[in-house]
Write a protein that binds this ligand. Sequence first.
Ligand code: MSP
Length: 520
Amino acid sequence: MSDKKPYYITTAIAYANGAPHIGHAYEFIVADFMARFKRLDGHDVFFQTGMDEFGQKIAQTAEKQGISPQELCDRNAAIFEDMTQKLEMSHDKFIRTTSKAHQESVQAIWKRLEENGDIYLDKYAGWYSVREEGYFDEKELVTDPATGQKLTPNGTEVEWVEEESFFFKLSAYEERLLKYYESNPQFIVPETRRNEIVSFVKSGLRDLSVSRTNFNWGVPVPGHDAHVMYVWLDALSNYISGIGYPDEKDARFQKFWPAADHVVGKDIIRFHCVYWPAFLMALNLPLPETVFAHGFINVAGKKMSKSAGNVVAPDRLLEIFGADSLRYLLLRDIPSGQDGNYAEDHAIQRVNSDLSNGLGNLAQRTLSMIAKNCDEVLPEPNAFTEEDLALLDRAQLQTLKAVREKFENYRFHEALQEIWKLVDEANGYVDAQAPWTLKKEDPERMKTVLYVLAETIRCLGLLIQPIMPTASDKILAQLGISKGDRYFTKLSSEYALKAGTPIPKPQGVFPRIEVEQAAE
Ligand code: MSP
């Protein structure tokens, strides 16, 4: 039990109509980094991810593949769940919207919205994008100059739909939403996305069609057999159904709602920053603290798409890099909140230089020198010099401060840069102090230098835990740091390594990635 505020974080739930790609992996990694960071900072964390399994898109894909929608979902959910394991995600729950518990929760949500007078029956006539499972106004659409086809601003095709439909009174929430954005500037991060949402809502909200009748792969609308719920009403509700809603007395709901962070891609902010808060207002529930919109990953400078044939599968990346390095790579290379790029040769270079040459080499050369020259035990240091104290201060105190500041502002790539400033500083210190020369010239000074370096590596091992869970575990285990001594509170001189700690000959933690190996 922690006295810190409980922390609830979610990813978007992925559509179950296909296998995961690098974009999904990126979102998982970002959210997992955040969840782990909060745990290390002493918060009780609930981290949820999962699958979005209903809707027309999934029904159509299943039909094309000649299988039932449920089979398609089961197949893809298994692949996604396996991916979360391979990426070393630390989620507490993997929710599936076809589960009985979720469907019952959504039906209860529907009834509450209906009882509160927020739902009415009418007829929908307008544009719909099956790819995005979204309704669009004529004025939002653009025309593809090549084909003359109408497209959404995200470039997906639309079709004209006319059907009987239930509507949610979204227009009634326009003013309240605008006020909410104004008084809670942290609700939408980054600011560019916030501006986008504010101007969308200011341009006027229409009531939202929340049921469909021309297919049946959805949660049935209670009391109206011909209707299934609009998939986004069902999908967004996962954030509360997963923690026990509609039972507001459920311990998880009591403890973890409202959520602190919804991590989603920039393409789905309208759903999370307009529809979702309006549904919650209608349910008289408090709103989540932040919707953090990350950018999109392009591949070698191009938008990833099946038709361009450049979709990068996480399995391929895991094969080249392994989970730790892949996590590092994406967190470091994709600017937080903005679009980023994946290019294999650059990625290999980055991993080799920052991990293998940077951190790996620092740990390897320091720990092997201790094993070799100090009988496999951490030596007793002598009086510290100014240089020693400067490095220790950065390792034990300043880096976490800087990292936390970046973390709190959702600048994750910069948080990593702060850690690597320490790696560079420590490598610079090794070169300047040249312990291999001291070995002959001043063995007592060598002991102090090796002690300072080992302590710096302890601090680095603690700091990289949310980024690279396995590598950090290996480094900390080599230094004999027990699990209970790995919280961020241990980043202080009070918990510094004790002389006499056994330091056996180290195992390399970050093997170099050879280009031939990647090309295989
Ligand atoms: N099912 C909806 C989300 C419902 S949440 C209540 C959905 N699914 S998705 O599978 O299309 O996308 C899942 C997440 O992956 C979204 O946050 C989306 O923005 C993100 N990404 C999809 N492609 C991406 C990239 N190329 N790059 C980064 N993230 C991307 O939307």
